[in-house]
Design a protein around this ligand. Structure first.
Ligand SMILES: Cc1ncc(COP(=O)(O)O)c(C=O)c1O
Length: 447
């Protein structure tokens, strides 16, 4: 089977490295066969062959594989040129193939440090990365677990820490609150089939309840009714159409959590890593949770997650809530370089400035169309809400057809286009995006 994917000779790969995103920008949505300056030998490879027949339904999608990327531009196996305004589902905040990340990988591999170390040991990049994360996040968060791979796994660890703390303090029931419209991942069941009787009995006393975002009465009512052990929230509920929680609301939540000993958990899988003009939303809102979860962009999209916690919730023992492939030394090294680069190059200020520019620019588009009801966002996470789901869907489809990768809100009304471009973008790229976006709105309204 593998021959099927032996699709490009080395020479052709070298030709690919000659492509520059700025040169491709005017050709977004076209096929490389239509672009004059692209080498004929390279064009001759496309469309590449691929088959997804062996993938499960859950891991298969309708789009061709991504085969090349640089900055905000990428190419799929059919030869189509794309502008990435969603950073590959919110992962690549430094864009595709950023030189700092590439260098960190080459340097690490050249140094003969381990590919992997057993959980009996730690490794130097993991220890350094942990120090850096503690340094660049709110002072109250003093402990970090890096033995994690995914946002979902990290959230499990965070919730389990909250429950374990309350078990240790004599509680028998564990109501957990979350927010309507939020998303926290796809795992369940594994501890249930693991032979650890004590965990099983505690798991059966966990219940889940939802509260309304930005509605303090909804939270107070559930607190009085249920006496919950934890509240988990996304400071910006991105997939529900970019709902930004209010600072005052978060402060009120913080006060109640302190008063009632409720563990406040921020899922910053989407907001952490540099999109907001601060490294985390906790810093932006100046309201610090008890437990903060990072994944995706904090390691520039490489698989790792982190749970940062106040000392009080550092209650799980060695191997509990740990994933074998977590704390990978190479990925920790990438995380170190990523974080150092963000702070050295002042990327947080850049995401703030570009976010303001993006927001202003989209608002100028909004002024032209009564169909856009709201533009909401912070930094480089922006949502454009339309007055109908059908219209939003049509614009979304047209954006994809024309090579502009955006997201459509999945929960709630499904009426919001979500933008989350790489932090390394420029005003010129924003302007290019807007021209295409505007044209797609016009086409969708007319038809
Ligand atoms: C806010 C949020 N939390 C958790 C997750 C789950 O992360 P993962 O897919 O790495 O398990 C996601 C994934 O998109 C997310 O957006």
């Amino acid at each position: 089977m593998s021959n099927l994917y032996l699709i490009m000779a080395i020479n052709d790969r070298e030709l690919l490295t000659l492509l520059k995103p700025d040169d491709l920008l005017p050709h977004i949505g076209k096929n490389i066969s239509e672009v004059d300056f692209i080498d004929q030998d390279l064009k001759a490879n496309f469309p590449l062959k691929w088959s997804k027949a062996n993938l499960t339904k859950g891991s298969r999608n309708e789009y061709p594989p991504v085969v090349w990327g640089s900055g905000c531009v990428f190419i799929t196996a059919d030869g189509k040129i794309w502008l990435d305004f969603s950073s590959q589902t919110h992962n690549l905040h430094l864009g595709h193939n950023h030189p700092v990340i590439k260098e960190s990988i080459s340097e690490y591999l050249a140094s003969d440090q381990p590919f992997f170390s057993s959980s009996m040991f730690s490794n130097i990049p993991a220890l350094e990365f942990a120090d850096l994360l503690i340094k660049h996040t709110p002072d109250e968060l003093t402990k970090v677990n890096l033995k994690l791979l995914s946002g979902a796994g990290a959230i499990e660890f965070g919730l389990r820490s909250a429950i374990t703390y309350h078990i240790q303090n004599g509680k028998k029931n564990f109501p957990i609150l979350s927010m309507r419209g939020s998303y926290h991942g796809e795992t369940y069941l594994n501890l249930r089939v693991t032979h650890r009787e004590y965990e099983k009995s505690d798991l059966s006393n966990i219940q889940f309840h939802q509260i309304e975002p930005n509605n303090i009465e909804s939270f107070k009512n559930k607190v009085n009714e249920l006496n919950p052990v934890a509240l988990i929230l996304e400071p910006i509920i991105v997939d529900d159409g970019v709902v930004v929680l209010e600072k005052r609301y978060l402060q009120q939540i913080r006060n109640i959590c302190d008063e009632k000993d409720i563990c406040l958990i921020y899922d910053e899988v989407q907001t952490g890593g540099g999109w907001l003009g601060s490294f985390t939303a906790a810093e932006h809102f100046q309201v610090v949770p008890d437990i903060l979860i990072l994944a995706k962009a904090f390691t520039a999209g490489w698989p790792l997650a982190a749970v940062l916690t106040k000392k009080k919730y550092d209650v799980l023992n060695y191997t509990e809530g740990a994933f074998t492939a977590g704390m990978n030394p190479l990925v920790c090294e990438i995380g170190i370089k990523n974080l150092s680069y963000i702070f050295k190059c002042n990327l947080l200020k850049q995401s703030n400035d570009l976010g303001e520019y993006l927001n202003k620019s989209i608002n100028s588009v909004k002024d032209k169309y009564a169909e856009i009801t709201k533009v909401e966002g912070l930094g480089l996470i922006q949502g454009i809400k339309f007055n109908s789901q059908t219209l939003a869907n049509s614009i979304y489809e047209k954006c994809l057809r024309n090579g502009v990768l955006v997201r459509l809100s999945k929960r709630g009304n499904g009426d919001t286009i979500i933008l989350k471009p790489p932090v390394i973008l420029t005003r010129k790229i924003i302007n290019e995006f807007l021209i295409s976006f505007d044209a797609n709105i016009i086409k969708s309204i007319k038809h």
